[in-house]
Design a protein around this ligand. Structure first.
Ligand code: MLT
Length: 408
């Protein structure tokens, strides 16, 4: 008899953003013609930068001729892209990362979800609350947790991120082997200081623990003096893996390209305490289960690092951040407490009411989609997340509609 992985039964029936998409579709079916403004899922709305499009076209043309056609590429990604990433995203900021420590993939969602696979199932995992739901869900699927009670799974150490601690998780007070950190944070938009990150790296070093550092939103950090990569912190190469993405940085949500950095010194241990290179293990997993991102997409991603590409992607991000400023201004006017939106495309609003109720109210009355905070963890049950991914005009209209709906 074929049997299922019963750990899946512990999960909510559907993934957060699938549930929301279904609710929106149902609403649209019942209200045909109703104009909906989506400030929910963080999905890019601006066209790809012209530099990326030109590189994309050129690479497609190469695929059209036998002489320049490419079949399977390296599973880890083409060196032309890995070298540009190493130089521009890390070495230029004093973070020692080599091109062969970078693994190109089709998304940070897959990488943050898959990385736990090369770690033992009997480790203790600490996860911020609220946070991107993929970290919790994939650990549930792997069988590292018990069942959920009151929105929290047994055997996960939840690190509450609230106004009290400035939405920055404190170091665990109990033994923990694996920690997920995400900065700028999804959903709160909070950023971490260099000093706080030093504490985390020191803690991981002392405890032979591992940090999975999700920096998918680093491009939204507006102050260049702030820490963007965990490898700017001394010692991090031994204890941290970092995830990055072109999705939000360069609008590749539909194009698909991301990468994970696994430094060669980064170790995890077997049952006898012998260290093993995570780089080797991840390379083994990646080359077995993944066949690389398509050549034209990698060329388009490479173009992000050209002078023209840098300028154009900076302008796209500045456009989204103008939206974030507009959302923050509106929340100020409405008297809501919030965080984020300063170095992040997300504004985390303390709605002081049930987050799903407010989601429903904003959808039905204002025709505006937000993300209910409950979907990111039990600390989010009274928050909503507003995303800056849309046109300025739509954000402006959405803010007016929210104001009107709240008056009613
Ligand atoms: C989000 O809205 O949280 C993100 O778009 C989800 C993702 O990147 O997978």
């Amino acid at each position: 008899m074929i049997k299922i992985n019963e750990h899946y039964l512990k999960l909510q029936a559907s993934y957060l953003f699938s549930t929301i998409a279904k609710k929106i579709n149902d609403f649209c079916e019942k209200n045909p013609g109703r104009d909906i403004i989506r400030l929910g899922i963080g999905d890019a709305t601006r066209a790809l930068a012209p530099a990326c499009i030109a590189a994309f076209h050129q690479a497609v043309d190469e695929m059209a001729r036998d002489e320049t056609f490419r079949g399977y590429g390296p599973e880890q990604g083409y060196l032309f892209l890995r070298e540009k990433i190493a130089e521009n995203d890390f070495q230029s900021r004093g973070a020692a990362v080599d091109a062969d420590e970078i693994f190109i993939s089709d998304g940070a969602k897959c990488d943050t979800g898959n990385f736990q696979e090369i770690l033992s199932t009997d480790i203790t995992v600490a996860i911020p609350d609220p946070v991107y739901p993929v970290y919790v869900d994939t650990n549930v699927m792997a069988g590292r947790t018990g069942i959920a009670r009151d929105g929290r799974f047994e055997n996960i150490v939840y690190m509450a991120c609230t106004e009290k601690n400035g939405y920055i998780p404190g170091l665990p007070e109990e033994p923990v082997d694996l920690v997920y950190l995400c900065f700028p944070n999804n959903p709160t938009g909070a950023t971490i200081t260099r000093e706080a990150l030093v504490q985390w790296v020191d803690w991981a070093t002392e405890n032979k623990a591992l940090i999975l550092y999700d920096a998918a939103y680093e491009a939204f950090i507006r102050d260049d003096a702030m820490v963007k990569s965990i490898y700017e912190i001394p010692g991090a190469r031994k204890v941290a893996v970092e995830f990055r993405s072109f999705s939000k940085t360069a609008g590749f949500t539909g194009t698909r390209c991301a990468f994970t950095v696994v430094p060669k010194e980064c170790m995890a241990y077997d049952a006898t305490g012998t260290p093993h290179s995570l780089h080797s293990l991840w390379n083994r997993r990646h080359s077995t289960k993944f066949n690389g991102v398509s050549y034209p997409v990698q060329r388009a991603a490479e173009a992000v690092y050209s002078e023209q590409g840098k300028k154009e992607t900076r302008e796209i991000i500045a456009g989204y951040m103008k939206n974030a400023d507009r959302i923050r201004r509106e929340m100020d006017d409405l008297g809501y407490d919030y965080i984020g939106g300063q170095h992040s495309p997300y504004v985390w609003v303390d709605a002081k009411t049930d987050s799903w109720d407010l989601f429903d109210m904003l959808l039905t009355k204002a025709g505006v989609v937000c993300t209910p905070g409950a979907g990111f963890g039990s600390c989010g049950t009274r928050h909503i997340r507003l995303s800056a991914f849309n046109s300025f005009e739509n954000v402006e209209t959405a803010m007016t509609r929210i104001r009107e709906a709240l008056k009613e």
